[in-house]
Design a binder for this molecule. Sequence first.
Ligand SMILES: Cc1cc2nc3c(=O)[nH]c(=O)nc-3n(C[C@H](O)[C@H](O)[C@H](O)COP(=O)(O)OP(=O)(O)OC[C@H]3O[C@@H](n4cnc5c(N)ncnc54)[C@H](O)[C@@H]3O)c2cc1C
Ligand SMILES: NC(=O)c1ccc[n+]([C@@H]2O[C@H](COP(=O)([O-])OP(=O)(O)OC[C@H]3O[C@@H](n4cnc5c(N)ncnc54)[C@H](O)[C@@H]3O)[C@@H](O)[C@H]2O)c1
Length: 446
Amino acid sequence: MTKRYDVIVIGSGPAAMSAVYPIKESGKSVAVVEAAHFGGTCPNTGCDPKKILYAKAEAAWQAKQLAGKGVSGEVSFNWEEAMTEKEKYTSVVPDAMEKKMNEAGIDTYHGFAEFQDEATIGVGDQTLTADRFLIATGAKPMAFDFEGAHLLKTSEDFLAQKSMPETIALLGGGYISFECAHLAARAGADVHIIEAGDQALKAFNQTHVKELIQLSEELGITFHWNWNVERVEETSSGVVISAGSNQLKVDALFHGAGRVPNIEKLQLDKAGVKTDKGGIVVNEYLQSTSNSRVFAAGDVASTDTLPLTPLSGKEGAFVAENLIANEMSTWRPIKAMPSIVFTIPKLAQVGKSEGELKKAGVDFESKEVDMTDWLSNKASEEPIALANVLIEKSNGTILGAHFLSQEADQWINVFSMAIQLGITVDQLKSVQYLYPTVLGDMGNLF
Ligand SMILES: Cc1cc2nc3c(=O)[nH]c(=O)nc-3n(C[C@H](O)[C@H](O)[C@H](O)COP(=O)(O)OP(=O)(O)OC[C@H]3O[C@@H](n4cnc5c(N)ncnc54)[C@H](O)[C@@H]3O)c2cc1C
Ligand SMILES: NC(=O)c1ccc[n+]([C@@H]2O[C@H](COP(=O)([O-])OP(=O)(O)OC[C@H]3O[C@@H](n4cnc5c(N)ncnc54)[C@H](O)[C@@H]3O)[C@@H](O)[C@H]2O)c1
């Protein structure tokens, strides 16, 4: 028998979760279909488990920086112990998320949703229909067709390893590879990053990235630039990676070479839903341009927001508002999209880059500041702390902020607020901050 709902949400990550509760509270019947873990990527296999491990690696790093300078005793980042803590956190997430939805009166289904026509999906033996669908199926590792590509392990596998192999390689020089490489190297592994091009973390300030690469090399990470991987072979003692005349043997090879919208299994052609390489093609209401019943949010939607948790959540909440309201409102692009790479030091940014501003012909001032010798950075013996703030010359508003520092997250949160709200340098300087604290140095930046 076909079960009917007002709204069916496919996927249960941050985009879905910020939509389902308001939709349910408006009195509509809602079902959520999830193929893997309720809660999606972020709390199960992405941001949250990564941050739990990172916190331990950071503490060990901090203790080492201060060893013999007021801190004594042997401290190290212990992967096995950290993983036990990570498991304690992640193991309860799916059930807790599902229970909370069921208690709110939201029906949940386990399995892959596949469209049968424009208003019907199948989930295993179940057939479900709805007036509206929200597709929030996220992203998955990009597929490669080189020989032995099936031997690539994923970031999910990396964050589930009970013990750390002696040597690992990560394909790609982006967010995932840098974050996993720093964790693995700090856990004692011999780590290699294989990048197809000659640049890493391309969206970030490249002066800062160069410094981060140097610090990563000092940590023991080896970079292999311009490698076009042609073959991966399994041997009795690991995998051999071949790229032209280059060869590398490691215990495991992980995928950090890009993620793509997760649409493969949805049978979207049966629902007449158009896609492009960014995912589901949507209009200003985040509604499919080819099937008005269908909306999309998060990593799977072809929008210009970055594929990150808070931005996915914003899109999901926006779709919910439109599904509840009598009249739909138009998506307002987000001015400030902060992002961060959890290495040590952290690399973070918000707003425009110098390149983007030059291309747009904007008259701006670029402040480049070395904060390494400032009190807060000195107190924790940070090896380097760099800032680059881009300011509109005509009115003093902040256009972009780029930081490489263990305190980059604090700085970027404030600059994200400044960009979103149009706050000027003078206004930022007029605020009284605590002393001696990281943000207390705001005045020194300008
Ligand atoms: C290793 C890693 C670390 C990350 N770290 C950060 C970070 O520090 N900060 C940050 O902001 N972002 C981070 N991200 C990105 C962040 O996790 C995503 O942007 C976010 O989870 C996207 O949310 P979403 O709701 O669009 O999709 P997801 O969270 O991916 O959820 C989609 C869900 O849909 C399910 N699904 C897929 N197809 C179907 C189907 N046909 N039927 C039913 N269910 C289906 C999937 O199983 C999944 O559970 C990280 C990602 C990774 C991989
Ligand atoms: N801290 C965070 O917010 C965080 C952490 C992890 C992931 N994420 C999200 O996940 C997404 C995907 O991350 P990612 O690190 O996989 O991708 P990415 O887009 O950041 O980097 C991919 C890199 O792989 C390289 N590459 C592509 N094909 C290759 C090949 N065949 N061989 C070698 N190198 C190759 C690219 O040149 C690029 O440098 C990110 O865009 C981000 O939104 C965010």
